[in-house]
Unconditional design. Structure first.
Length: 184
Protein backbone atom coordinates (compact mmCIF):
# COMPACT_ATOMS: atom_id res chain seq x y z
CA UNK A 1 0.00 0.00 0.00
CA UNK A 2 1.37 3.42 -0.83
CA UNK A 3 2.35 5.67 2.05
CA UNK A 4 -0.43 8.16 1.31
CA UNK A 5 -3.21 5.57 1.29
CA UNK A 6 -5.45 5.90 4.31
CA UNK A 7 -7.43 3.20 6.09
CA UNK A 8 -10.48 4.43 4.17
CA UNK A 9 -8.65 3.79 0.90
CA UNK A 10 -7.62 0.20 1.66
CA UNK A 11 -8.69 -1.99 -1.20
CA UNK A 12 -9.57 -5.64 -0.75
CA UNK A 13 -8.44 -8.20 -3.30
CA UNK A 14 -10.44 -11.39 -3.86
CA UNK A 15 -8.32 -14.47 -4.59
CA UNK A 16 -10.34 -17.28 -6.19
CA UNK A 17 -8.75 -20.70 -6.66
CA UNK A 18 -9.74 -24.23 -5.65
CA UNK A 19 -6.11 -25.20 -4.92
CA UNK A 20 -4.71 -24.30 -1.49
CA UNK A 21 -1.12 -24.08 -2.83
CA UNK A 22 -2.17 -21.47 -5.40
CA UNK A 23 -3.92 -19.35 -2.76
CA UNK A 24 -0.83 -19.53 -0.53
CA UNK A 25 1.38 -18.48 -3.46
CA UNK A 26 -0.88 -15.53 -4.30
CA UNK A 27 -0.88 -14.41 -0.67
CA UNK A 28 2.93 -14.63 -0.57
CA UNK A 29 3.28 -12.53 -3.72
CA UNK A 30 0.67 -9.92 -2.78
CA UNK A 31 1.16 -9.78 0.99
CA UNK A 32 3.73 -6.99 0.72
CA UNK A 33 1.05 -4.69 -0.75
CA UNK A 34 -0.54 -4.56 2.75
CA UNK A 35 -4.05 -4.79 1.36
CA UNK A 36 -6.74 -7.14 2.65
CA UNK A 37 -6.62 -10.46 0.78
CA UNK A 38 -9.82 -12.50 0.85
CA UNK A 39 -9.88 -16.16 -0.21
CA UNK A 40 -12.58 -18.03 -2.08
CA UNK A 41 -12.17 -21.68 -3.06
CA UNK A 42 -14.95 -21.76 -5.65
CA UNK A 43 -16.98 -19.56 -7.94
CA UNK A 44 -19.91 -19.83 -5.56
CA UNK A 45 -17.79 -18.64 -2.60
CA UNK A 46 -16.46 -15.80 -4.74
CA UNK A 47 -19.97 -14.60 -5.59
CA UNK A 48 -20.97 -14.66 -1.91
CA UNK A 49 -17.87 -12.66 -0.97
CA UNK A 50 -18.51 -10.11 -3.72
CA UNK A 51 -22.05 -9.57 -2.48
CA UNK A 52 -20.86 -9.09 1.13
CA UNK A 53 -18.13 -6.52 0.52
CA UNK A 54 -16.51 -4.29 -2.07
CA UNK A 55 -13.34 -5.43 -3.85
CA UNK A 56 -10.83 -3.48 -5.90
CA UNK A 57 -9.87 -6.55 -7.92
CA UNK A 58 -10.55 -10.26 -8.41
CA UNK A 59 -7.80 -12.74 -9.25
CA UNK A 60 -9.71 -15.67 -10.70
CA UNK A 61 -8.56 -19.17 -11.60
CA UNK A 62 -10.05 -20.40 -14.87
CA UNK A 63 -10.28 -24.10 -14.05
CA UNK A 64 -12.30 -24.95 -10.96
CA UNK A 65 -14.85 -27.67 -10.27
CA UNK A 66 -18.48 -26.57 -10.31
CA UNK A 67 -18.70 -22.97 -11.48
CA UNK A 68 -15.51 -22.40 -13.47
CA UNK A 69 -13.74 -19.05 -13.83
CA UNK A 70 -15.55 -18.07 -17.02
CA UNK A 71 -18.96 -18.70 -15.50
CA UNK A 72 -17.96 -16.87 -12.33
CA UNK A 73 -16.73 -13.88 -14.36
CA UNK A 74 -19.96 -13.82 -16.37
CA UNK A 75 -21.93 -13.74 -13.10
CA UNK A 76 -19.72 -10.97 -11.72
CA UNK A 77 -20.22 -8.85 -14.84
CA UNK A 78 -23.97 -9.50 -14.84
CA UNK A 79 -24.63 -7.87 -11.45
CA UNK A 80 -24.84 -4.08 -11.08
CA UNK A 81 -23.10 -4.29 -7.71
CA UNK A 82 -20.03 -6.09 -9.12
CA UNK A 83 -19.93 -5.39 -12.87
CA UNK A 84 -17.15 -2.81 -12.61
CA UNK A 85 -14.77 -4.93 -10.52
CA UNK A 86 -11.76 -5.77 -12.69
CA UNK A 87 -10.86 -9.43 -13.11
CA UNK A 88 -7.44 -10.91 -13.81
CA UNK A 89 -7.72 -14.51 -14.96
CA UNK A 90 -5.01 -16.96 -13.90
CA UNK A 91 -4.58 -20.32 -15.61
CA UNK A 92 -2.03 -23.04 -16.21
CA UNK A 93 0.31 -22.53 -19.18
CA UNK A 94 -0.79 -25.85 -20.69
CA UNK A 95 -4.41 -24.72 -20.96
CA UNK A 96 -6.09 -24.15 -24.31
CA UNK A 97 -4.87 -20.99 -26.09
CA UNK A 98 -8.53 -20.10 -26.71
CA UNK A 99 -8.90 -19.53 -22.97
CA UNK A 100 -7.31 -16.08 -23.22
CA UNK A 101 -9.77 -14.99 -25.89
CA UNK A 102 -12.67 -16.44 -23.92
CA UNK A 103 -11.42 -14.70 -20.76
CA UNK A 104 -11.30 -11.29 -22.41
CA UNK A 105 -14.68 -11.92 -24.05
CA UNK A 106 -16.12 -12.68 -20.60
CA UNK A 107 -14.96 -9.29 -19.31
CA UNK A 108 -11.48 -9.92 -17.93
CA UNK A 109 -9.18 -6.92 -17.60
CA UNK A 110 -6.10 -9.14 -17.90
CA UNK A 111 -5.01 -12.76 -18.27
CA UNK A 112 -1.89 -14.44 -16.86
CA UNK A 113 -0.61 -17.98 -17.14
CA UNK A 114 0.84 -20.00 -14.26
CA UNK A 115 3.54 -20.09 -13.25
CA UNK A 116 3.46 -16.29 -13.31
CA UNK A 117 6.25 -13.84 -12.64
CA UNK A 118 5.58 -12.49 -9.12
CA UNK A 119 6.91 -9.03 -10.04
CA UNK A 120 4.62 -8.80 -13.05
CA UNK A 121 1.58 -9.90 -11.06
CA UNK A 122 2.35 -7.46 -8.24
CA UNK A 123 2.84 -4.62 -10.76
CA UNK A 124 -0.46 -5.37 -12.50
CA UNK A 125 -2.33 -5.60 -9.20
CA UNK A 126 -0.78 -2.29 -8.08
CA UNK A 127 -2.09 -0.58 -11.22
CA UNK A 128 -5.63 -1.81 -10.52
CA UNK A 129 -5.38 -0.76 -6.87
CA UNK A 130 -4.30 2.73 -7.94
CA UNK A 131 -7.20 2.92 -10.39
CA UNK A 132 -9.60 1.82 -7.65
CA UNK A 133 -8.33 4.57 -5.34
CA UNK A 134 -8.57 7.21 -8.07
CA UNK A 135 -12.18 6.15 -8.76
CA UNK A 136 -13.00 6.43 -5.06
CA UNK A 137 -11.45 9.91 -4.92
CA UNK A 138 -13.43 10.97 -7.99
CA UNK A 139 -16.68 9.66 -6.48
CA UNK A 140 -16.00 11.59 -3.25
CA UNK A 141 -15.19 14.73 -5.24
CA UNK A 142 -18.38 14.46 -7.31
CA UNK A 143 -20.47 13.85 -4.20
CA UNK A 144 -18.95 16.95 -2.57
CA UNK A 145 -19.61 19.00 -5.70
CA UNK A 146 -23.23 17.85 -5.74
CA UNK A 147 -23.61 18.72 -2.05
CA UNK A 148 -22.10 22.17 -2.69
CA UNK A 149 -24.52 22.82 -5.56
CA UNK A 150 -27.44 21.73 -3.41
CA UNK A 151 -26.34 24.07 -0.61
CA UNK A 152 -26.07 27.01 -3.01
CA UNK A 153 -29.53 26.15 -4.34
CA UNK A 154 -30.91 26.07 -0.80
CA UNK A 155 -29.37 29.46 -0.03
CA UNK A 156 -30.76 30.91 -3.26
CA UNK A 157 -34.22 29.67 -2.34
CA UNK A 158 -33.95 31.43 1.03
CA UNK A 159 -32.84 34.65 -0.68
CA UNK A 160 -35.64 34.34 -3.19
CA UNK A 161 -38.20 34.21 -0.38
CA UNK A 162 -36.67 37.24 1.35
CA UNK A 163 -36.42 39.54 -1.67
CA UNK A 164 -38.85 41.92 -3.32
CA UNK A 165 -40.27 40.97 -6.74
CA UNK A 166 -37.64 42.70 -9.00
CA UNK A 167 -34.78 41.17 -7.02
CA UNK A 168 -36.53 37.80 -7.01
CA UNK A 169 -36.41 37.73 -10.82
CA UNK A 170 -32.60 38.07 -10.71
CA UNK A 171 -32.33 35.21 -8.20
CA UNK A 172 -34.48 33.02 -10.46
CA UNK A 173 -32.08 33.78 -13.31
CA UNK A 174 -29.13 32.79 -11.12
CA UNK A 175 -30.91 29.57 -10.14
CA UNK A 176 -31.44 28.75 -13.83
CA UNK A 177 -27.77 29.39 -14.56
CA UNK A 178 -26.76 27.18 -11.64
CA UNK A 179 -29.04 24.34 -12.74
CA UNK A 180 -27.43 24.31 -16.20
CA UNK A 181 -24.03 23.79 -14.55
CA UNK A 182 -25.20 21.14 -12.09
CA UNK A 183 -23.47 17.78 -12.18
CA UNK A 184 -25.99 15.00 -12.60
Amino acid sequence: MSAEATTEERASILLVDDMEDNLVALEAVLGSLNEPLVRARSGEEAMKALLRQQFALVLLDVRMPGMDGFETAANIKRLDQTKDVPIIFLTGAEDDSGYAFRGYATGAADYLTKPFDPWVLRAKVTVFLDLHRKNQQLERFLAQQQADYEEVGRQLAELENDLAEPQRTRVVELRHLLSRRRIN
